[in-house]
Ligand binder design. Structure first.
Ligand code: SF4
Ligand code: SF4
Ligand code: FES
Length: 328
């Protein structure tokens, strides 16, 4: 395969003495085949054009997670991403630092916050009364894909909830929590589920699927979160907005086949909480967007109920197809 000229448009960041960030864009031309990893090209630039370009790398083999950065609008591992996959029609690609973590310089970010989330969920087995004596292969199958996580933070960088909430535990840490809750040797599963049901845990995920789409190891964090929600509710953790909303949603669909949007807020937040949303409701009312509070029964409701009955007998093992999760 012959060499072509590619343009790397790289965001350069330098922190000023007063703590603010000086940001500019630099463009570098490099020659490579379409199969060349972006990391090689960054090394080429650093070695031959601008030695001050700053980025992280270590294993060069998609193992250590160090080289995660935003390449062509998604967070990816630079060592695993071939330049031909990500350039536009002008053979140009834009490269910036990860999101949701403070930038130190150029493409290197401070990953302290990301790892503090992982520490928060206690990433180790705990002794306790719920620990099983024996472990079989089935238990390992449950956690196998989650243990492939390399802590690269690609998911955290592109997580839409992490973008708006510093407190959200985040996809990688929640996937890690699933790994321990699913391990028969874990002695404090109930305690874990209770903590994760609180604010900023499993119910804060917006199910945007970005973490599934960008994970380079196919960990599918959102699926772990969905399974944690089911386990948390099965364990009786119902006194939170997320579980109440899920219960109200389930009630509406099984009884009428459609959501009663006028009343679901009340059933999720309670009367007092719903009153707190009156401002937004009045705004919607002015625009003629308040739905009817009377339930609307769909035709063929029996078919919806038959689906629910079947799901209750044979629950789905949730599976999201990463490649179809979001448009490129
Ligand atoms: S699905 Fe949830 S955890 Fe994953 S990126 Fe979206 S909001 Fe974040
Ligand atoms: S879940 Fe995937 S994207 Fe997130 S840290 Fe682990 S390997 Fe990286
Ligand atoms: S350098 Fe280790 S994952 Fe890319």
């Amino acid at each position: 395969m012959s060499d072509q000229v590619y343009t790397l448009r790289i965001q350069r960041n330098t922190r000023r003495d007063d703590g603010t960030m000086d940001t500019k864009w630099d463009e570098f031309q490099v020659k490579a085949t379409p199969l060349t990893p972006v990391l090689n090209l960054l090394e080429d630039v650093k070695g031959n054009q601008d030695g001050s370009l700053t980025f992280r790398q270590s294993c060069r083999s998609a193992i250590c997670g160090s080289c995660a950065m935003r390449i062509g609008g998604k967070t990816r591992l630079a060592c695993k991403t071939q330049i031909g996959e990500v350039v536009d029609e002008n053979n140009t690609v834009q490269i910036t630092a990860q999101q949701n973590s403070p930038v130190i310089k150029d493409l290197a970010v401070d990953i302290t916050k990301f790892f503090s989330k992982v520490h928060q969920i206690k990433p180790f087995l705990q002794e306790g009364s719920e620990s099983a004596e024996e472990v079989d292969d089935t238990a390992f199958d449950q956690v196998n894909h989650v243990t492939q996580c390399i802590m690269c933070a690609c998911c955290y960088s592109d997580c839409t909830m992490a973008e708006v909430s510093d407190e959200f535990v985040g996809p990688a840490a929640l996937a890690k929590a699933f790994r321990f809750i699913s391990d028969p040797r874990e002695g404090k599963k109930s305690d874990r589920l209770k903590v994760l049901s609180n604010d900023h845990g499993i119910w804060s995920c917006a199910r945007c699927t970005m973490c599934v789409a960008v994970c380079p190891k196919d960990v599918k964090p959102m699926e772990a979160i969905v399974k944690l929600r089911t386990r948390a509710m099965d364990a009786g953790n119902m006194d939170n907005y997320g579980a109440k909303h899920a219960q109200a949603f389930h009630g509406d669909i099984t009884s009428s086949g459609s959501l009663n949007e006028a009343l679901i807020l009340n059933r999720t937040l309670g009367v007092v909480g719903a009153l707190g949303e009156m401002g937004a409701a009045l705004h919607l009312a002015k625009k003629g967007k308040i739905p009817s509070p009377f339930p609307h029964k769909i035709e063929n409701l029996d078919e919806v109920q038959a689906i629910y009955n079947e799901l209750e007998k044979n629950p789905l093992d949730v599976e999201t197809k990463a490649e179809n999760a979001v448009p490129e």
